[in-house]
Design a protein around this ligand. Structure first.
Ligand SMILES: *[C@@H]1O[C@H](CO)[C@@H](O)[C@H](O)[C@H]1NC(C)=O
Ligand SMILES: *[C@@H]1O[C@H](CO)[C@@H](O)[C@H](O)[C@H]1NC(C)=O
Ligand SMILES: *[C@@H]1O[C@H](CO)[C@@H](O)[C@H](O)[C@H]1NC(C)=O
Ligand SMILES: *[C@@H]1O[C@H](CO)[C@@H](O)[C@H](O)[C@H]1NC(C)=O
Ligand SMILES: *[C@@H]1O[C@H](CO)[C@@H](O)[C@H](O)[C@H]1NC(C)=O
Ligand SMILES: *[C@@H]1O[C@H](CO)[C@@H](O)[C@H](O)[C@H]1NC(C)=O
Ligand SMILES: *[C@@H]1O[C@H](CO)[C@@H](O)[C@H](O)[C@H]1NC(C)=O
Length: 445
């Protein structure tokens, strides 16, 4: 596609001569050659990685897989302690899996150990700043072990997504395993559950299993003391052995999946009946504001607002001791709306919420013009908000998707990180999602 575009530009207005034709052939061949290895938006150098593994394989080692020579034992111990230090993993079952996998692959470790040591010195030392673009994997992504093992008819390691939560959470779980497939070439599949995600999207490329038996799958283990899913990354990298793993909890690893924003927009492509209803809502906003358009006010700028309520005030209070979210939203929303009113003359706001009545009173108090409510299904609202030029989101994961699937500027709320609430600034920072695209505004109590 890209190549045809390049060629199209090159040949415009001229009949192709032999030089141009040769150039086209070379471009097409280059495209074919690079296509399976290159990741859109992030250049993971699989070629370089294959060179490293070739070196490993051709190295004549005296330490065979089934024997313990002293070099192996030292390398395994160093490698293990470095991995545990970098990941913060201390769950006994995971440490044991790591240990036994490393012993079995001892002869492959020396070059990988060197990569890890350089990785730590560059990004994880005390004075270091991890400025990598997403995917910011917990270890250097080249550190992976291939296992020529099949189980359950799948190449190992495999990760099955166990859908938890509602639409926004499930999209995060899907995006996380999508990224694991792209980064580590891990096999990823879905547990068949016809709720939320599966009902919503018919273009998902990660296959759903036909049969699923819980007992076939190994729990990858959630690092509860840190609220991270580093275990799942290690599993996908093959460092926990050739096993089928099941995702724990609700992984929402923006740090790795933000790299695949364009591809995820394709995965989460809405069906025609949803897009048509959403587009009709946006058309109505434009028509209604066209009547009051002021001379010289410029093009209409639309801002999608999502206000998450219902169970959330209780959720935030009981789990994170953040009291009265409804009240906090008031001043946050005022600042967020002003951000756009200060920058554009002609602004319309399209609002969606899981509690429209409370949101109406909240917005009414702000006394702003051009406010419209989209009261569609969750999918129609998500698509309508994502199609707006800019976004204001509140807490929860649904709002994140209305912004992430769209473009423009997103205002998101910052909650005091000591509360332990994950879906706030830490999550955006860890993915390198910052200004001008993602602008944090504090939400004070
Ligand atoms: C490996 O074995 C060969 C022959 O047995 C020996 O000459 C060589 O020193 C050994 N290398 C190491 C690293 O132990
Ligand atoms: C190698 O040594 C480690 C610990 O030193 C042990 O756990 C492992 O089972 C040994 N492997 C073999 C194949 O003997
Ligand atoms: C893991 O570390 C956390 C925090 O440092 C600690 O509370 C927990 O007991 C540790 N777990 C194990 C299995 O060592
Ligand atoms: C990815 O894994 C498959 C097996 O699942 C293997 O056939 C393929 O060669 C791997 N690709 C890369 C780039 O490592
Ligand atoms: C859209 O159409 C599909 C298939 O015709 C149907 O399953 C789905 O429920 C529809 N969605 C909406 C929001 O109408
Ligand atoms: C939360 O704040 C709103 C708005 O200030 C107020 O009306 C409501 O009574 C408060 N609720 C609680 C439980 O404190
Ligand atoms: C929202 O307000 C409307 C009109 O006042 C009312 O009919 C409806 O029952 C309210 N909905 C909820 C969920 O409270």
């Amino acid at each position: 596609m890209q190549i045809m575009n390049i060629a199209g530009v090159m040949f415009v207005g001229r009949s192709p001569g032999i030089v141009q034709l040769l150039t086209l052939v070379v471009l097409v061949l280059l495209g074919l050659f690079y296509w399976p290895f290159k990741l859109t938006g992030y250049n993971i150098d699989f070629e370089k990685y294959s060179r490293i593994t070739e070196n490993v394989n051709s190295r004549s080692s005296n330490c065979s897989i089934n024997s313990n020579c002293s070099t192996d034992v030292t390398v395994v111990a160093q490698f293990k302690s470095l991995v545990l230090r970098l990941t913060g993993i201390n769950r006994t079952s995971v440490v044991m899996r790591l240990e036994s996998t490393l012993h079995g692959a001892a002869d492959q470790l020396p070059p990988l150990l060197q990569i890890l040591q350089e990785f730590e010195a560059k990004y994880k030392c005390e004075a270091c700043v991890d400025s990598r673009p997403s995917p910011r994997t917990v270890l250097d992504f080249r550190v992976r072990l291939e296992h020529n093992v099949h189980k359950l008819g799948l190449a190992m390691p495999a990760i099955v997504m166990n859908p938890k939560g509602r639409l926004g959470n499930q999209m995060g779980e899907y995006a996380t395993i999508y990224a694991l497939r792209k980064i580590y070439n891990a096999t990823v599949v879905r547990k068949p559950v016809r709720r939320h995600l599966e009902e919503a999207f018919s273009h998902l490329t990660i296959p759903s299993l036909e049969r699923f038996k819980e007992g076939d799958w190994v729990a990858a283990g959630f690092d509860s003391h840190r609220s991270t899913f580093n275990n799942v990354q290690l599993a996908a990298a093959g460092l926990l052995g050739p096993h089928p793993f099941i995702t724990p909890g609700t992984p929402f690893e923006t740090c790795i999946f933000a790299a695949f924003r364009a591809e995820l927009r394709e995965e989460f492509r809405f069906d025609d009946n949803v897009t048509q209803q959403a587009e009709a809502r946006l058309r109505r906003v434009r028509e209604a504001t066209a009547q009051v358009e002021v001379e010289g006010a410029g093009l209409l700028v639309t801002v999608g607002i999502h206000v998450r309520l219902t169970d959330y005030p209780h959720h935030m209070e009981s789990l994170y001791s953040v009291r009265n979210i409804t009240n906090c939203y008031g001043s946050y929303m005022k600042n967020a709306i002003n951000y756009f009113l200060q920058r554009h003359v002609n602004v319309a706001f399209l609002v969606a919420s899981d509690d429209v009545n409370s949101t109406r009173s909240l917005i009414d108090e702000l006394r702003i013009n051009n406010v419209f409510f989209s009261e569609g299904t969750p999918l129609v609202d998500m698509y309508a908000l994502s199609m707006c030029d800019h976004h204001i989101i509140t807490l929860g994961t649904y709002g994140f998707w209305t912004a992430f699937l769209g473009s423009g500027t997103t205002i998101f709320p910052v909650i005091d990180s000591t509360t332990g609430y994950r879906y706030s600034k830490t999550l955006y920072d860890s993915a390198g999602l910052g200004p001008p695209d993602f602008v944090p505004i504090p939400m004070v109590q």
